[in-house]
Design a protein around this ligand. Structure first.
Ligand code: ADP
Length: 693
C-alpha cells in the first residue's frame, strides 16, 4: 500500500511541536505573494509560490491547492508540497483529482467560506479513515479560495501526516489570511490571462488589417504601431514610446521618405482629445517613388468613465483608388468630349505631338468624302496624300501640312477643296497644351465658309456694278455744275442760288470720292489695281494736297516740314490719293480743329512721310484691324461719315509700291500715320494678288 510506504519510508512517527512562525517568515510570504500578484505570473506559478511559503509559515507537513471545476464536482490538484518527501508527493496528489462527493469535508468546503478544521481524520464526521489513510493524512486545515465576488476558485489545504496535529486558532487565522491573499492573486492572474488572450487576439487582428494603425496615449506617446504603418510611412526609427504627436516637426531620419501632412498633426490630435470625436478625411503624402497618398483618420478610445484612454490613428493607402477615380473621371470627360466633337457640324481633327491624328469627327470625313474613321491614326503627311485628290492646288495642300507639322502658335488659313464638292474651308489650327503649358498636340477646326464667300462675291460684284453705274451720272453732274458756277457769278444770279450751286459742287465731289473708293475696292480685290511708275517728288506732292484740303477748313493749321525735294519712283496719282486720304482723315478725326503736322524725310533708300494730328485718336485694341476693309474704329461716332475703305485702299497702294503704311495712336491722344516708300520704287512692277483678311 502506498500509505504504508510513506509511513515506513519516512520513519519518523513523532515530532516536536514547532515554534510559531517568525515575523520574517510572514513578511517573506506576503512579499512573495505580493510580487506574484504584481508580476505577470500565471495562476499556477502563484499557487506554487503560495504553497512553498505557506507550508513553512503554518508549519504543516504538506500544503496543496486544488482548483474546482465549473460544475463544482471535482477538486483538481494544481500544486502541492511535502516538506519531508518532496518527490513522492507528486504521484500522490497530482494523480488524484478528488470528487467533491468523496468526503463530507469537501462538500462543506464547497459551500462554506470559512476554514474547516479536522483534527483527526480517523475520527471525524466529515472524513472517513480509509480515504485519509490512503493519503497518510491525520489532520487537515482547509480553506476555500473565494474571489471578491464570492465565487469559489479552489481550496487551499494544509495537512499533517502520521499522527494528529492539534490545529490552533492562530494557525486557522493565518491560513484564512493566506487563503484571502491567494484568492486575490489568483483572480488577478486570471484577469491578466484573459487580458493577455484578448490582447493577443486584438494584436493579430490589428496586424492582419489592411490599414496602418498607431495607438497613442493621451499624452501623445506611441503605445502601439502595426507593421503596416512602418511599411507605409517608411519609418526608420522605433517609435513606440516616443511622444511624436506633440512635435510640430518629426525628428530627422524619422522616416525614409519625406512626409507631407495635409493637416496640423498636433491640432488634430488635441481636438480629438478635447472633443472626444473622430477626425476623418485627412490626407498625407508619402514622398516615396512613386509617391503614395494616404487617407488618415483619428478615433478616440473612451474608458468606462468617458475619458479618452488612447487615440487610434489609421492610415490607408488610397493611391490606387484615387488613380482609378481620376482615370474614371478622365474617361468620362473623354466620352463627353468625344460626343461633343462627334456631333459638331464643324470638322475637328486632333493631332498628337508627333502630328499624328488621334481624333477626327464625322464632319471632316464627310468633307473629304471618306468613310468615318478612315483618317484616325494617320500622320499629317499620310492624311495629305489620302486627300490630295480633293484639292485643285497641290502646293496649297503641301503648305498646309507643313504648317501643321512646324508652326507652334495658332493660325487661320483658307483651303479650297474641289472634290467631292467645291468647298471653301477656313481652318483654325491651335496648339493643345496641358495645364502647365506643355504642348501635347494640335487641334484643327474646319469651318465651311463656302456660302459666306459666295455672298461676299455677290456683294463685291454688286458694289463694283453700282459704283460703275453711279460714276457716269456723277461725272455729268459734276461737269454741268462746273459749267454753271462761273456763269452764275457773272450774270447776277442771286447769292442764295450761287451758294446752292457751290454746295451741289462740293457734295458731288464727296460722292465722287466715295464712288471712287468703292471702285478702287473692287479693283484691289480683283487684282486690277494698276500703278504707273515714274519719278515723283513727294514734297511737291504733299504741298499740292495741302493746297487742296486747306480750302475746306479754317480750324486746322498745317505745319509742313520737308528739307527739299524727295524723289521716289511711284505712281503720282495713287500716292496723291494716299496722302489726301491721310491728311483728310487727320482733319476729319480732329473735329475740334488743331495742328496737323506733315513731315517728309529722305533716307538713303527710303522716303518717309509722317502725318500727325491731335485728334480723337484710335483705341489701342482696334489698331490691328484698321487696314481691313470697311473697318471703322468704335470712337468715330455717327457724326463723322465714312465707309472705312480709305485706309484699306491706301495700305494696298503703299504695299504695291513695295512700301508700308503704319499707325501709332491711342484714344484721345491724336494719331500718327507713317508711309515708308522705297526710293527705287516697287521691286517688281507686276501686281500681286491681295491677301483678303
Ligand atoms: P473712313 O475714314 O471712311 O471711316 P478710313 O479707312 O480712312 O475710313 O479709316 C478707317 C478708320 O480709321 C476710321 O473710321 C477711323 O476710325 C480711323 N481713323 C483713320 N484715320 C484716323 C485719324 N487720323 N484719327 C483717328 N482715327 C482715324
Amino acid at each position: 500500500m502506498r500509505s504504508k510506504q510513506h509511513v515506513v519510508g519516512r520513519g519518523a512517527p513523532s515530532r516536536l511541536r514547532r515554534p510559531p512562525p517568525t515575523g520574517r517568515q510572514l513578511t517573506a510570504l506576503l512579499t512573495e505573494v505580493g510580487q506574484a500578484i504584481a508580476t505577470s505570473l500565471g495562476a499556477r506559478e502563484i499557487a506554487q509560490t503560495v504553497v512553498d511559503q505557506a507550508v513553512r509559515v503554518i508549519r504543516a507537513d504538506r500544503c496543496a491547492i486544488y482548483f474546482v471545476d465549473p460544475d463544482q464536482t471535482l477538486l483538481e490538484p494544481v500544486v502541492a508540497v511535502d516538506v519531508r518527501d518532496p518527490v513522492s508527493v507528486r504521484d500522490l496528489f497530482y494523480a488524484h483529482p478528488i470528487p467533491v462527493g468523496a468526503q463530507p469535508l469537501f462538500g462543506r468546503l464547497i459551500t462554506s467560506s470559512e476554514p474547516v478544521v479536522v483534527q483527526d481524520t480517523f475520527d471525524d464526521p466529515l472524513t472517513t479513515r480509509d480515504f485519509f489513510e490512503f493519503f497518510n493524512t491525520r489532520s487537515t486545515l482547509s480553506v476555500p479560495l473565494r474571489a471578491v465576488d464570492g465565487r469559489l476558485l479552489g481550496v487551499l489545504g494544509f495537512f499533517w501526516t502520521d499522527v494528529p496535529h492539534k490545529i490552533v486558532r492562530d494557525e486557522v487565522e493565518l491560513a484564512a489570511f493566506i487563503a484571502g491573499q491567494t484568492a486575490v492573486a489568483l483572480e488577478s492572474a486570471r484577469l491578466r490571462d484573459d487580458l493577455r488572450l484578448e490582447r493577443a487576439r486584438l494584436g493579430s487582428i490589428v496586424e492582419s488589417m489592411r490599414d496602418g494603425i498607431v495607438v497613442y496615449d493621451p499624452d501623445g506617446r506611441v503605445a502601439f504601431i502595426n507593421p503596416l504603418t512602418s511599411e507605409l510611412l517608411g519609418l526608420a526609427l522605433p517609435v513606440v514610446g516616443q511622444v511624436d504627436h506633440q512635435e510640430a516637426r518629426l525628428p530627422a531620419a524619422y522616416t525614409r521618405f519625406p512626409l507631407t501632412f495635409g493637416y496640423d498633426r498636433r491640432a488634430v490630435f488635441n481636438r480629438v482629445l478635447r472633443r472626444k470625436e473622430p477626425a476623418t478625411g485627412l490626407q498625407a503624402i508619402v514622398g516615396s517613388d512613386p509617391p503614395r497618398l494616404l487617407d488618415v483618420a483619428y478615433a478616440p478610445v473612451l474608458d468606462g468613465d468617458g475619458h479618452v484612454s488612447s487615440i487610434v490613428v489609421s492610415f490607408r493607402d488610397v493611391t490606387d483608388l484615387r488613380e482609378l477615380e481620376r482615370l474614371k473621371a478622365v474617361h468620362e470627360a473623354n466620352l463627353k468630349l468625344e460626343a461633343v466633337i462627334t456631333s459638331t457640324a464643324n470638322g475637328v481633327v486632333v493631332y498628337d505631338d508627333q502630328a499624328r491624328i488621334v481624333l477626327a469627327n464625322p464632319a471632316v470625313h464627310e468633307l473629304y468624302g471618306l468613310p468615318n474613321g478612315a483618317i484616325v491614326g494617320l500622320a499629317a503627311s499620310d492624311f495629305a496624300a489620302l486627300v490630295a485628290p480633293c484639292f485643285a492646288n497641290g502646293d496649297e495642300l503641301a503648305a498646309a501640312v507643313q504648317r501643321v507639322e512646324e508652326q507652334d502658335d495658332s493660325y487661320t488659313e483658307e483651303l479650297e477643296i474641289v472634290r467631292p464638292r467645291r468647298r471653301i474651308i477656313r481652318r483654325v489650327v491651335s496648339p493643345v497644351k496641358t495645364r502647365d503649358g506643355t504642348p501635347v498636340g494640335k487641334v484643327a477646326v474646319y469651318h465651311d465658309v463656302t456660302r459666306e464667300r459666295a455672298i461676299d462675291r455677290q456683294k463685291d460684284e454688286f458694289l463694283s456694278l453700282a459704283s460703275h453705274e453711279l460714276k457716269t451720272p456723277l461725272t455729268s453732274i459734276k461737269g454741268y455744275t462746273q459749267l454753271l458756277l462761273p456763269r452764275a457769278g457773272q450774270n447776277g444770279t442771286p447769292e442764295r442760288e450761287q451758294r446752292a450751286l457751290r454746295t451741289i459742287a462740293s457734295q458731288v465731289d464727296r460722292m465722287a470720292r466715295l464712288v471712287g473708293e468703292l471702285l478702287d475696292l473692287s479693283r484691289v480685290d480683283s487684282g486690277q489695281l494698276q500703278i504707273q511708275i515714274a519719278p515723283v517728288d513727294l514734297t511737291a506732292l504733299v504741298k499740292r494736297v495741302i493746297d487742296q484740303v486747306e480750302l475746306a477748313t479754317t480750324r486746322h493749321q498745317f505745319l509742313v516740314r520737308a528739307a527739299g525735294p524727295v524723289v521716289v519712283k511711284g505712281d503720282a496719282d495713287r500716292l496723291e490719293q494716299v496722302f489726301t486720304n491721310l491728311i483728310e482723315n487727320a482733319i476729319k478725326y480732329s473735329p475740334g480743329g488743331g495742328q496737323v503736322e506733315i513731315v517728309v524725310e529722305k533716307h538713303p533708300a527710303e522716303a518717309h512721310l509722317l502725318v500727325r494730328d491731335s485728334g480723337i485718336g484710335i483705341p489701342q485694341a482696334q489698331l490691328p484691324h484698321l487696314f481691313t476693309r470697311f473697318y471703322r474704329a468704335q470712337n468715330v461716332g455717327s457724326t463723322i461719315s465714312g465707309l472705312g475703305l480709305g485706309l484699306y485702299i491706301s495700305h494696298e497702294l503703299v504695299r504695291r509700291h513695295g512700301g508700308d503704311l503704319t499707325v501709332e495712336s491711342c484714344e484721345g491722344g491724336g494719331s500718327t500715320f507713317q508711309v515708308i516708300l522705297p526710293v527705287a520704287g516697287p521691286p517688281t512692277v507686276e501686281s500681286t494678288l491681295p491677301q483678303r483678311t
